[in-house]
Design a protein around this ligand. Structure first.
Ligand SMILES: C[S@@+](CC[C@H](N)C(=O)[O-])C[C@H]1O[C@@H](n2cnc3c(N)ncnc32)[C@H](O)[C@@H]1O
Length: 316
């Protein structure tokens, strides 16, 4: 089997944050190279159960091999985590004690040129995490209207020059369709004024992020999955989410805040009526970030933020 190496981010912080207890049930929504799953399985110590999702067949195949000694506690689910509840329910699981999300793309996915995630390699504009899905980045850049392109690049990429980039894409595709990452990178460079190009990292970074998020519908899927995860948690169960950019982090923060805040009640009530307490407790008010040692060895750790919540005790 070819090499598949993904350096896990915030490994101990996540495993500790999940508060793994033997004989309990956990879910890893983003199996990837299997780093977080391996840490959970070690703490389960041959008991309990772990359900591990990934929509990428290659990641799944490698993790199956890496984690084969845990076959009795581990169930692989080859699916988008947007189907979290459905997939667990169909396996007779109604409640879980912890859920991990370590979002985004794994290093092997980035490094595999033909997946089209990286502007470092010349490759077809694909960017699908699940190769069974239909929408590709090529279709977006060639078919979406100027307005939709500008909106996506601005919203998901937080790119200042979104309109200029969308306009250049529109001009280019009138002549010939845009097929490769390097063609797109040239178009983006052409659209961003030279002084701005010299600052703020690679000029393609934000547009590539935006396209990947659109191809994989990342924010909508995350919102739905977080809500499902909250509803699946047993009392004192926890969710750990590692995000890599501000839009994901903001979304988690908002969902967790809403589920951990007191409802609007009439003023002057002596006690909070039963059933009106918030569902969640925030374990982290500010997200956990990587320590110096990890930052020195793992480049991806620089933008990682871990948020942890716990289901309130009395909730059924
Ligand atoms: C950052 S990697 C996870 C790395 C893993 N925690 C480890 O320690 O090796 C993210 C993985 O999640 C998968 N993934 C991302 N979004 C997904 C989704 N919506 N449904 C299922 N899998 C997803 C990707 O295919 C990728 O393999």
């Amino acid at each position: 089997m070819e090499q598949f190496f993904h350096e896990t981010v915030l490994l101990h912080e996540t495993a500790d944050g999940l508060n793994v207890r033997e004989d309990h049930t956990y879910v890893d929504c983003t199996l990837g190279g299997g780093g977080h799953s391996a840490a959970i399985l070690n703490r389960l110590n041959g008991t309990g159960a772990l359900y591990a999702f990934d929509q990428d067949e290659k990641a799944m195949a490698h993790a199956r091999e890496r984690l084969k000694k845990h076959n009795s506690e581990l169930t692989f689910i080859s699916s988008n985590f947007e189907h979290l509840k459905r997939e667990l329910t169909s396996r007779g699981v109604a409640g879980v004690d912890g859920v991990v999300f370590d979002l985004g793309v794994s290093s092997p996915q980035f490094d595999e040129a033909e997946r089209g995630f990286s502007y470092r390699f010349d490759a077809p504009l694909d960017m699908r995490m699940d190769q069974r899905s239909l929408l590709t980045a090529e279709e977006i850049v060639n078919e979406y209207s100027f307005e939709d392109l500008a909106f996506i690049i601005s919203r998901y990429g937080e790119e200042r020059f979104a309109k200029q980039i969308a306009r250049k894409i529109e001009d280019f595709r009138k002549r010939t369709s845009i097929k490769t990452t390097f063609q797109l990178t040239e178009i983006i460079k052409d659209a961003i004024p030279a002084p701005a190009r010299r600052k703020g990292g690679h000029p393609s970074k934000r547009t590539f992020q935006a396209l990947r998020m659109e191809v994989n519908n990342e924010l909508k899927v995350l919102e739905s999955a977080l809500k499902q995860a909250i509803s699946l948690l047993n009392p004192e169960g926890r969710i750990c989410v590692i995000t890599f950019h501000s839009l994901e982090d903001r979304l988690c923060k908002q969902i967790f805040k809403a589920a951990s805040s007191m409802p609007d009640l009439p003023p002057g009530l002596p006690v909070i009526p039963e059933g009106e307490e918030p569902e969640l407790t925030l374990i982290t008010r500010k997200p956990i970030t990587a320590g110096e040692e990890e930052l020195n060895t793992n480049n991806r750790a620089h933008s990682a933020k871990l948020r942890i919540v716990e289901k309130r005790k009395g909730d059924g």
